[in-house]
Design a protein around this ligand. Sequence first.
Ligand SMILES: [Zn+2]
Length: 238
Amino acid sequence: MRPIEKSRHPRDHQQQILTFPTYQHARGPLLETIGSYCSYCERPLSNPAVEHKMCRQHHPHFELKWNNFLLSCTNCNSTKAHHNHLVLLDCIWPDRDNTYLAFVYTAGGNIEVNSNLPTLIQERAQRTLDMTGIHRKPSLDIAVNPTFPDQRWKKRREAWNEATDARQDLQEDLGTPNEAKMKKHIINQAKATGYWSIWMTVFHDDPDMKKRLIDAFTGTSSTCFDATQQPVPRRRLI
Ligand SMILES: [Zn+2]
């Protein structure tokens, strides 16, 4: 889960803090601030929906609050809708915590809680997986799951395979005149494919590519990484 920077409230041309007549009015500022990706599963969004961290039905005071907004896809939004009585502190959030540190991504589209974290944080990370369902792998058996609506893990696996191929291509071009061009091409490919965390994981031993990925995806929190692009806690715990 990509950690994002969205602490500054957006302002208009006169530097006045923007207010939102409806929550949908926050879509533009959100796209500009954090880019067009699901804040939870990281897929590219063709039709971005403004997501309420605290749901607006049960927390109407937060319906129009900038700090309560993220962007999400239909799958994450509908899974999360079953968790109405969220306590913010019980989960981890991409605009508050270093969510990249919280999860481990592996081949096959797997996502797991980082077992090196303190137990309390592991529990919050697991709750975040349960809240969004991004770790789910629905059955491909049509008898079990005829509509097969949730393809997040499958898309994540495809992104893993693409990133692995790209890494191999880059290794072949290292030290040649094609190197810079190949790096640019891979970054553009990553932006189109989405799943920033997957690309960061596959290029885990390449600080230059990680820096490019952090810079290329709008709104990624650079303070979540040290000078060698290793993830560091953003707050006291994560
Ligand atoms: Zn999503």
